[in-house]
Design a protein around this ligand. Structure first.
Ligand code: M6R
Length: 616
């Protein structure tokens, strides 16, 4: 949460910073600010509200001249969104400015200490402590009126603070340099002929360079206009290898779509293809990144899938698919629960964590917990070089490219594919599926991108249906088995972007309480894609209809009984029953999207949310 950027070079810094922040706004968007050294002093402009407020305030950066600066887009943790709590934060003399992504856990004792030394605070943030603490150590390095040593001051602070941080720091005494450091919050730096850049994530740099350096925990970077130096927390200089980012520059642009979410939904056929095809070789599934021998695959006794939000929902689908195909017991855990519940991880347990961003704090902590208990962890991750990708023992990338909309769509679809591939690989190696069945499933997988395209082409019909529900108070999603997993994701899509209360229930659970919530006209979306469960879900549909519900069915062609029972039907094409979630999710995503659009919601940046949840 929160995005930071920085630039030092030959061009005006403020427009570069604004441009970078515009690509990071998905990380937080309750306030924004920047600090630029104008030749005499550090100027700060910041404001509560979206980035466009800052753009207007600075006339697109024109009122903030200077070639060195740092910027921030905020998702509030300490202190409500407000002008004073917005970053950057200054020291008292306004000679040091700091932007921060993360949380300083011991900020209160540090604040007390600084107050006892005469420091005064103007904000409620943990970040202001950093500005004053850097000031404190910096002044101790100033001998007889000489300029201080920023590197020494910064590393001293790193030894004192606990928590997570990616920082951009500007010193008025050293205007030819900016500094960046990290611990447990993402940070990259890059360079081109016109300067050096810092950013929380790749999209902010794509316009300027594709060659980046991933900064590791407890490393410091000193950036000048034409070069960068890397240091350890003990001030030893180190060398780092650059990484080339393959994403094209359009990847982080809307490309004519009204919202990133719509664009990303339309990218799903490609995302599925890119995650699938490189792993289908000569009629087999080859997952080199798995790094497991056949014996190791046969020795798996149990799988834990750990994730948050939509990635957790993908994991729920994974449970049904892996258990069904490979006959391995699977437990799916919310990362925030896993890390504190002392899970039983016996010998032979495989741990899989799933994350689009690769930065989700709880998922990262769960990964570390599993590793501490002596288990190797497979990460299913989208963002290359992210913390989870780097810390997992093995990484299976979902090749979805940058996902900007807060509500995930294409990364979720890619996660499903990764899980299907694992299930089929394990099933084949363990002998739980026949070769002919395996080949048929491969063919079904190959058909998915085209089928997703067909479903997307049906968007106008779903939009018309969605328009009827912009005023809905509650919506329920029901399904059984694998259809319950997709109901959970359909429900989250609707509620997170439209703010309409919605719940997903295993359809058989309705009678145990929830059915009392059904009123005349309540929309119940019933997902019915599993032949062997049709009769069961049919009964549930009839039960809610009898209590006044309007029933939308998402089902496969030719289900006359479901058709009769439902008030409105959306069909998905035929596929293997294990893969139906990849198709059923498309109309549900479109439904959530069009309800939110109809309500006039800010689809890409829903209130109170941020794309990467890097705090607990
Ligand atoms: O980056 P991650 O996949 O680890 O993120 C997990 C969740 O925060 C994420 O899926 C969230 O639930 C989205 N808002 C869902 O659209």
């Amino acid at each position: 949460m929160c995005g930071i950027v920085g630039y030092i070079g030959t061009n005006a810094a403020a427009p570069v910073i604004l441009e970078g922040l515009s690509k990071l706004e998905y990380r937080g968007y309750d306030s924004a600010g920047m600090a630029v050294y104008d030749g005499n002093q550090i100027q700060i402009k910041k404001s509560v509200g979206r980035l466009k407020v800052l753009e207007e305030l600075t006339h697109g950066g024109a009122t903030m001249p200077g070639v060195a600066g740092i910027g921030h887009t905020r998702w509030a943790t300490h202190g409500a969104p407000s002008d004073v709590n917005a970053h950057p934060h200054y020291n008292a003399q306004e000679t040091i400015a700091v932007v921060h992504n993360g949380i300083i856990e011991n900020y209160l004792p540090l604040k007390d200490k600084l107050i006892s030394k005469g420091y005064t605070f103007t904000s409620d943030t943990d970040t202001e402590v950093l500005a004053h603490l850097i000031d404190y150590y910096y002044k101790r390095t100033c001998k007889d009126g000489t300029e201080g040593n920023p590197l020494v001051a910064i590393t001293k602070v790193m030894h004192r603070v606990q928590g997570s941080y990616a920082l951009g720091i500007l010193f008025a005494d050293h205007p030819d340099q900016i500094f960046a450091v990290r611990k447990d919050s993402p940070l990259i730096v890059g360079q081109n002929e016109e300067g050096c850049f810092i950013a929380s994530d790749v999209p902010a740099l794509l316009k300027y360079t594709r060659t980046v350096y991933f900064i590791e925990n407890q490393e410091v970077v000193r950036l000048r206009a034409d070069h960068m130096h890397f240091y350890t927390v003990d001030e030893e200089e180190i060398t780092k290898e650059p990484v080339t980012i393959e994403w094209d520059t359009d990847a982080a642009e809307k490309g004519g779509y009204e919202h990133f979410m719509l664009k990303e939904m339309y990218e799903q056929p490609k995302t599925v293809t890119d995650t699938l095809l490189p792993r289908l070789k000569n009629g087999d599934i080859v997952i080199e990144e798995l790094c497991m021998t056949q014996e190791e695959i046969c020795a798996i006794q149990k799988i834990f899938i750990v994730a948050c939000g939509s990635a957790y929902h993908a994991g729920m689908t994974g449970k049904y698919v892996i258990e069904g195909i490979a006959r391995i017991p699977v437990e799916v855990d919310l990362a925030s629960e896993f890390r504190y519940r002392n899970p039983i991880l016996e010998k032979g347990t495989m741990v899989i964590v799933i994350s689009q961003s690769g930065e989700t704090a709880d998922t990262l902590a769960a990964l570390r917990e599993a590793q501490q208990r002596g288990h190797k962890v497979l990460g299913i991750v989208n963002v290359v070089g992210s913390s989870i990708a780097r810390e997992a023992d093995n990484v299976m990338y979902t090749w979805a490219g940058p996902e900007i909309a807060v509500a995930t769509t294409k990364a979720y679809s890619a996660q499903l594919i990764a899980l299907y591939l694992l299930a089929m690989k394990f099933g084949k190696v363990r002998g739980t599926i026949e070769q002919t069945q395996f080949q048929e499933m491969v063919e079904d997988l190959r058909r998915l991108p085209g089928q997703i395209e067909m479903l997307l082409a049906n968007k106008n019909r779903i939009q018309r249906f969605a328009n009827r529900y912009v005023g809905a108070k509650d919506v329920f999603f029901i399904g059984r088995g694998i259809d319950h997993a997709i109901s959970m994701e359909g429900s989250l899509k609707l509620k997170e972007i439209s703010y309409i209360h919605s719940e997903a229930y295993a359809a058989g659970e309705l009678k145990h309480g929830t059915i009392s919530l059904i009123e005349t006209g309540t929309l119940v979306a019933a997902v019915a894609t599993q032949n062997m469960l049709f009769q069961k879900i049919l009964s549930n549909m009839i039960e809610v209809k009898a209590r006044g519900a309007f029933v939308l069915a998402v089902t496969t062609q030719g289900n006359t009984e479901i058709e009769k029972a439902a008030d409105y039907v959306i069909y998905i094409p035929d596929t293997n029953p294990y893969f139906t979630n990849s198709l059923a999710i498309i109309p549900l995503q479109l439904f959530g999207y069009y309800v939110a659009v109809g309500k006039g919601c800010d689809v890409d940046k829903p209130r109170n949310l941020a794309k990467s949840v890097t705090v607990e």
